[in-house]
Design a protein around this ligand. Structure first.
Ligand code: BEZ
Length: 193
């Protein structure tokens, strides 16, 4: 599992880039459908956060009258969230981010974040950006029992496809990375029932 190779005692950290806009951390659809130009892609994690299906999607995986659920980052001091870090061409960063701002306009905002990833010299840290849906944004769904989340996901579909496919594609991509995410896995199991 990836977790082992990131154990703090086993690695030496260093900062790899000074520019916030060069690295983007993806923890949702950016993992399995980046659809952005990038020069490098690395498995990575952010500490102090966990992935949760706590954001309504009314424009991609649901519709305003039957929203789907997509992921956001919830604070979790003792946890971390695994995903993919993309390094953007410096000259392209602003236009790529502007495109993502439009694509992810349903309540998400850019957030600066420290990203940890594996490199030739062990774990490397980089200042980067991610998209975060804070509580109180217009599409914030918040926590709910997993059965309730599963029935909402099963019922929702939008221009980007079914909400269930979003969940399964995310789960498959995390499995390929060797990442165990119990929240995602629990939802996939419920969808299969
Ligand atoms: C992601 O895949 O990391 C993501 C992108 C936009 C909004 C939320 C998550």
């Amino acid at each position: 599992m990836l977790r082992k190779s990131f154990h703090p005692a086993a690695v030496q950290s260093r900062v790899v880039t000074p520019t916030d806009a060069c690295w983007i951390f993806g923890y949702g659809s950016l993992i399995f459908r980046p659809a952005i130009p990038f020069v490098e892609r690395r498995p990575a994690r952010v500490r102090g956060w966990t992935r949760r299906f706590w954001q309504w999607s009314t424009d991609h995986r649901g519709q305003p009258w039957r929203p789907g659920r997509v992921v956001t980052l919830a604070p979790a001091p003792d946890d971390c969230c695994w995903g993919i870090a993309y390094r953007l061409e410096e000259g392209e960063a602003e236009s790529v981010l502007a495109g993502l701002d439009v694509r992810e306009c349903g309540g998400y905002v850019r957030m600066g974040i420290e990203i940890e990833m594996n490199g030739e010299a062990g774990a490397e840290r980089a200042a980067g950006l991610t998209y975060q849906a804070w509580p109180g944004n217009r599409n914030y769904a918040g926590p709910a029992p997993i059965d309730e989340i599963a029935s909402q996901v099963a019922a929702a579909t939008g221009p980007s496809g079914t909400n269930a496919d979003y969940v399964r594609d995310l789960d498959a991509a995390l499995n390929t990375l060797g990442v165990a995410d119990t929240h995602v896995a629990a939802l996939v199991a419920k969808l299969g029932e």
